[in-house]
Design a protein. Structure first.
Length: 240
């Protein structure tokens, strides 16, 4: 049997690995863009039709996303989009804020100009995504930007710790982007806020960059948790 593409059945034994990766990428972007709600069931029959693939590669793609923590498999429900509790959000954002502050304290002024190449490129990608209104890709570019800013500290263990919560931060960023766009910030303003942060880092003014980082996402926890908020942290960490 040979693969017949989008219009017919496909033998999974002949599927190139890229098909699974492409499916995982497409579903990941849809989750980060808010097209699938937290807790929403991902129905295989709808996804196979939407992505024009058979069930075997789709299931492989879902396993990838489950390993990343973006989806959860529940008994009798199948795959659902991972839901973060208010406590989850609070813990992720406070950890992330502490790591980014440490990176700024250690890394500004930036020791080597090339350390700014990655955040600059990520910022340019954010601008492109905003112009194209590609929200899922914008969230991923936003993570790349913040991860690259952590990299200015040139501290391997700090970067590794930040990377260890990659997917959880992505979920928070996705919710944050939706909340900000709903309340008061369009996509271009979203990018402009990040550009301001980058310019302060680039300037070498550690105090100003830390001050901007502190207000960069100062109300994100309130926007993400809404009326269900139960904790009252004295300050809100930077978010996206």
């Amino acid at each position: 049997m040979t693969a017949t593409g989008a219009t017919g059945p496909t033998d999974d034994r002949l599927n190139p690995p890229s098909l699974v990766r492409l499916a995982a990428d497409a579903i990941r972007k849809s989750i980060l863009a808010g097209e699938f709600e937290p807790g929403e069931r991902l129905r295989e029959e709808r996804l196979t039709e939407r992505l024009a693939i058979s069930r075997p590669p789709l299931r492989e793609a879902l396993r990838i996303l489950e390993n990343e923590g973006l989806i959860t498999t529940l008994p009798r429900r199948g795959a659902t989009v991972t839901t973060l509790t208010d406590r989850d959000v609070f813990e992720i954002l406070t950890l992330r804020g502490a790591l980014e502050r440490m990176a700024f304290e250690l890394g500004i002024p930036v020791a080597r100009p090339e350390l700014l190449d990655r955040p600059r490129a990520a910022l340019e990608e954010m601008g492109r995504c905003a112009r194209e209104e590609d929200r899922g890709a914008l969230v991923q570019a936003g993570y790349a930007f913040h991860s690259a800013l952590v990299g200015i500290a040139d501290h391997r263990r700090l970067s590794a710790t930040y990377e260890s919560v990659h997917q959880q931060v992505l979920l928070c960023m996705a919710r944050n982007l939706i909340a900000r766009e709903t309340y008061y910030e369009d996509l271009e303003q979203h990018v402009a806020r990040h550009r301001t942060l980058f310019e302060l880092v680039e300037s070498g003014d550690r105090k100003a960059a830390l001050a901007e980082l502190a207000v960069h996402g100062e109300d994100s926890f309130e926007k993400l948790s809404g009326p269900r908020r139960r904790t009252s942290p004295r300050s809100t960490p930077a978010s996206q």
